[in-house]
Design a protein. Sequence first.
Lengths: 464, 464, 464, 464
Amino acid sequence: MDHIQKTKNELSREKVFRDPVHDYVHVRDSIILDLINSREFQRLRRIKQLGTSSYTFHGAEHTRFNHSLGVYELTRRIINNFVRNYPTQEPGDGLWDDSERMVALCAALLHDIGHGPFSHTFEGIFNTNHEAITQEIITSPTTEVNQILASFDPDLPLKVAQVINKTYANQQVVQLISSQIDADRMDYLLRDAYYAGVSYGQYDLTRILRVIRPYDNKIIFDFSGMHAVEDYIVSRYQMYMQVYFHPVSRGMEEILQNLFQRAKYCYSHKADQMKFSINFLVPFLNDTWTLDDYLKLDDHLMSAYFTQWLEENDPILKDLAYRFLNRHPFKSLLVSQEDRDELMTALQKELVAKGYDPEYYLGENSSYDLPYDYFQPYKTNSQKSPIELITKNNQVVELSQVSAIVKSLAGRERGDYRLYFPREVLHAIQAADPASHDANQAKILQAHLEESNDVTYHIQQRLF
Amino acid sequence: MDHIQKTKNELSREKVFRDPVHDYVHVRDSIILDLINSREFQRLRRIKQLGTSSYTFHGAEHTRFNHSLGVYELTRRIINNFVRNYPTQEPGDGLWDDSERMVALCAALLHDIGHGPFSHTFEGIFNTNHEAITQEIITSPTTEVNQILASFDPDLPLKVAQVINKTYANQQVVQLISSQIDADRMDYLLRDAYYAGVSYGQYDLTRILRVIRPYDNKIIFDFSGMHAVEDYIVSRYQMYMQVYFHPVSRGMEEILQNLFQRAKYCYSHKADQMKFSINFLVPFLNDTWTLDDYLKLDDHLMSAYFTQWLEENDPILKDLAYRFLNRHPFKSLLVSQEDRDELMTALQKELVAKGYDPEYYLGENSSYDLPYDYFQPYKTNSQKSPIELITKNNQVVELSQVSAIVKSLAGRERGDYRLYFPREVLHAIQAADPASHDANQAKILQAHLEESNDVTYHIQQRLF
Amino acid sequence: MDHIQKTKNELSREKVFRDPVHDYVHVRDSIILDLINSREFQRLRRIKQLGTSSYTFHGAEHTRFNHSLGVYELTRRIINNFVRNYPTQEPGDGLWDDSERMVALCAALLHDIGHGPFSHTFEGIFNTNHEAITQEIITSPTTEVNQILASFDPDLPLKVAQVINKTYANQQVVQLISSQIDADRMDYLLRDAYYAGVSYGQYDLTRILRVIRPYDNKIIFDFSGMHAVEDYIVSRYQMYMQVYFHPVSRGMEEILQNLFQRAKYCYSHKADQMKFSINFLVPFLNDTWTLDDYLKLDDHLMSAYFTQWLEENDPILKDLAYRFLNRHPFKSLLVSQEDRDELMTALQKELVAKGYDPEYYLGENSSYDLPYDYFQPYKTNSQKSPIELITKNNQVVELSQVSAIVKSLAGRERGDYRLYFPREVLHAIQAADPASHDANQAKILQAHLEESNDVTYHIQQRLF
Amino acid sequence: MDHIQKTKNELSREKVFRDPVHDYVHVRDSIILDLINSREFQRLRRIKQLGTSSYTFHGAEHTRFNHSLGVYELTRRIINNFVRNYPTQEPGDGLWDDSERMVALCAALLHDIGHGPFSHTFEGIFNTNHEAITQEIITSPTTEVNQILASFDPDLPLKVAQVINKTYANQQVVQLISSQIDADRMDYLLRDAYYAGVSYGQYDLTRILRVIRPYDNKIIFDFSGMHAVEDYIVSRYQMYMQVYFHPVSRGMEEILQNLFQRAKYCYSHKADQMKFSINFLVPFLNDTWTLDDYLKLDDHLMSAYFTQWLEENDPILKDLAYRFLNRHPFKSLLVSQEDRDELMTALQKELVAKGYDPEYYLGENSSYDLPYDYFQPYKTNSQKSPIELITKNNQVVELSQVSAIVKSLAGRERGDYRLYFPREVLHAIQAADPASHDANQAKILQAHLEESNDVTYHIQQRLF
């Protein structure tokens, strides 16, 4: 049965979706409605937006479906504004060409469609790549998404894919979807803050939507909106510092990664001893997976496998699955580059002494992000274009030139480096009597625990 | 390894959870923290609060974990208020006895712990009962929840279970958790509204928390807060009308129910033809399930089975799984009791004619709720106690006596009765040419379609 | 110097005003900007929206300037929606004729321009009428408002005035500004709730704006929005019950009224004994005032006179001014029609006995409002048209036919009747020893105090 | 008559005030309720919090009454937290001594009680000082405020006054009311943002209230709350940049200042020609004013005088009053220190040429604020103590050491310097034909207009 409806593109009646962040998402084109109803897009309902963050912020259980609608809606509002105020008058005037509308809307809606379950962790283990898969979903004739796009215009799939990999000729469309201040980031800051219940992600969206404009084939902002843009940069920085990089969520990620690693080992080296099959993961263990295999994956399937693993005989697989499903994150030590090797060795010894396999019970995790990357002429490979402002008399100036706050954040990596291991091991180290202890590692670790609590250690790491 | 921490009951430092609805959830007792960390409670992270409603309101993807923390927090705030303002002075004064605190907090936190995946639908098919299971989780010595409760006080499990089945001696504790205006409802109205992105569930919580009080072994409200309580009743009514009873969500529920039914059939009657095993459901097919079996179930596991069923050979199982995973809800006709039989017959014929098995492609669904049930002396079996107000000079009056709005809603069932079937069948009926059509059923159905669009039909059904 | 700018009507750049309720107020027409900048409109900055309510809800200090911009903005949004979705195609089709746009926007902006300081109280004493004055400001060639309107179109002043007195031919324009669910009410419910800090005034504005539409020369609502309209009616009812009719605000109003009354007496009967002049009030004492005199009045001027009166020799004038400026409201007794005469007499005696002149220290105040008035054919003088809904197949139905809540509120007056007098007299009555007291009135009053605390008394009055 | 109620200090029933920012303001002490009801405090209802800002942000019409209640409420919440978590155990432990509670609450409530109408402008002309007057109101036995304080404890007035002038022995109390992150600033950022309708003033108050604590006789913050404190500093910076320093509000302030100046001139030099008396300002013209005179002043009285001046014969007084009442702000030029003299001269000539007296039609206005001033040992006169954080192991670190954002703002003055003059003169300069023009000044001014539009000029001024 064919569940995709084909209609002429304009809907007889606008369709709306109630959205907690943007109030309503408005859909006026049947192609957009068809894309939303496609199976590849509906699958995003089963993939959480923030992976393990909901283990720290219990409210943040929203999915990529939720966010993708939001990015579409913001793009739609920006374009409507462009059409009203800055429509192109003649070729080459650098203003908004509304024949790009559908390309932009589709790219906005589909920009995350290649994401799989726990993307970053999964990709590290199974060698998948959500960006490449996004392209493939859009361009492969086997997908509903591709068919819908192509039925509107045979060139549309390629165009949308080009927007997503940033090679599309009209760079305004590219920047709307992917730049330092694009519809994607604008939506996720607000949305993640809303669901997590924190205020940090809030910035003055209404004002940003007033000052954003097309200019000289780029996206640029009225100088009068400088403080609103500055505030957006600070919000972004705060969300990274306080939500996305939260050490507890990363402690869950470490467990997840080791769990996948162990599963790979078990099904590769002792498949015959496993009680349950994991049919849909087999092609990934074998590295023979196809797009169709990938599209079957989602958070729910992974979670069901974790539930099965609780009953397997392999003690490590079983234990890690238990820790993940029941939220027992690894604990962490903040570590500097100089201390790293010594601590790794000490922790490995300690883990072995306590009966843990360091391969699966010790993890490294660094979280870095450039809150704002301004133009650096010598850094030719930088893909991030700067945020620019335009004055009343058409002068263009880069944001960090006029904002001390942004300058203080610009081009500087923020984040930290941590070693992760079981909570009970940390407690044992803390409780150990250094005097009577015959092993050296506990002393080293205790010394570091003390040092890492010292604020000067933090300041040296510039981890704020 | 033992993941449950045993500590003396007061935490050295209050622990908080960021919550989008109540800002912070505050935990000061280690027993509460241990219960939250128990595997039975963590499992609630994998069970959606609103079942299929997120197919209509995409923001409403929150889980029962989320809501359970909220009910605990509201109960905690109410009790703190009682302790400050209405502590019992002598036995029998009907005020708040704070030795009940821990019973109340635990009952609040655990009131939904027996819920399984898609509870209402699942229970209809597999003969489980989430209320009985809640009792069992609390009282069975095999659960972490029971062990935590018992380690605090051996009588605690039984007390908490009694609160939940409403037989606990102190009826104030019972009413806090379960009455017409309890912490459960107070939380879910606000929470569901927040996530769905609708304003209807909002009422003046701060004021309700000021006017709620213990009196004469009951929970009662200051007369000065009458309008706030009235507004809460209207919010509740609106949430039922606009969110909980939404016809599209029910169209997804109908598919889910038929899908479970078909799975039961397939695994009972042609188990050997099935490609994939569904280990964790087998005890439910056999009706041999234990509490331990039940606790393995969650939305994710169900969803994984649905994904498997997409690849089974049974065309009905496959098709229904496809409709559910990709959100193709059944459509509905609003039907009166008198018309029901005639329409059923006509629809069955029409479905058969179109090649659908009515057993799996035709559903009945009625949604009714009493927005407010005031005391009716003759209706002795009513379990719902009335909402009462108390004046400055200690007169007690029932809410609907002083609120015309509440009176207009009181004791009146609201909801509707609908027949559900595939969207494409509805379109076929609409498109049929009655003249040339040889079957009678299309005419009947077309006539009813026309009639059910008539507003007088709606008014006769009093479906508002 | 000429402070009014004359420009062609479309502004070169849209001008926005930040608004806490609607985010931005958008102005694209120079005529609107000129009207906002006119002295008659700027004067609204000095007239509070809610009179004495800010003495109960301290946050509610906003002015009619604030609200007038809001009504304009809502009208603008509704019209934009009409133009997009329901533009007239041929004369007589009953849809929206956009040549009415400017009439509607101007009427929305100016609908309250004739308000003076503490309108309702002032009008009772000085025989002014803000509705008539609104007409006059718009039509009198002496005002800036009139000149701005006429410079755009010589007929515009008259048209706008007709909209405001409801005689304008296009009744859609009239209903937008003045009906049971118009831009005026829509704005003030939200705005007053925002500033007062209460949640009761909130309703689903976004949904109302989606379902409102022109039809058959009327304003009507999609049937699908019934619950949103119902919720608006409940919000309105709650705001009246909880904010607008608050007994404390009315206790301040009573003082104000007596203060004006006493001032009138003093300046009429013993003008030569007054220390300070009240130049701008003189024409109102003499009943010789002109529009120009009226436009000089505002809350600030009144307040300055009250400050002067603190230093006058008349003890009543002085005392009442003190009570008003320093917020010492009269207290009240809830009174039924039957008890009224007896209580009046008793109170008058009691006041005289305590040395108060009942003329200035005893007030009657009744607050009534029809929350929703549906069509009653026999009540021919009702000016309020019903709220109507339209179904998908173009059936029109009146709201209370399909909403039990609205029906419970419809056509029923709500409010109460109270006698007001000084707080210290109330205390004296409460403290009086009825036994030893030689006067009868204290007994009557004490008996009534007791009775009026009885909830059955309230129920009999149906005052909820 | 005595309007001040004397009761034992604890109220029989907690009294609450609905507040849009903090939901409820809770009052449990009769002294606090009496202070709120005092005439000096009620007078704050007639003094706007933000002076001329409501001419730019029309929503921001709130008064100092509003804000003062908020500061009290925040102080109360902080103290409650201190009592619960950090009560002093023995003298000298540096924790919270709850015997200071009433001093702190009274100081919080009364910190702004000496403010008069348009304080900053008025003080410049009439030589008053709101801080000194605050002290006097508290300590002078003639005020109700003093009597209420003294009736509770004869030493209380002096203590409260010492808190306000920062000499009080317990510096924790001082810092709660007056420091870089005190209850005053915490309230006004949120409140002003709420009323203005901007998002910039929002920061994570709930988190700040969790991490603030007494330590070593100071107020300090948990290190874990660093980002929340950082965000507060950014919010403060944004509110100054976008709201408090807005050039249009300052354009109204310039008019106000010149208006006061001209009034002073008129009543000093040609009093006999004035039509209307301004009784309550006379003592200020004569510099013979007493506290009692001062307490009669408020915004309303000033506004009434402005209304009178519209009818005076002095053309400058009349014109400036007109501009103020009807919101015709002066326009401004951004000016560097180097350019200042040349531009002043040119503008003065231009004004004279156009018939304006530069004394009253040309103003200088600079707005500077240190968003955050960290400890600078060499700057011995700095009164602002740094914001400090405390780690888990009790290390104390100054905020800017660990926050690059705060460091980028610290110790740096932000604001700008502007010359203000009538809008019509600006238009004339812009329109002037430099070629045919015989005067030099227009060329200079046009050149500067062009230069000041150049973004590099702004960057050189570092005015962001």
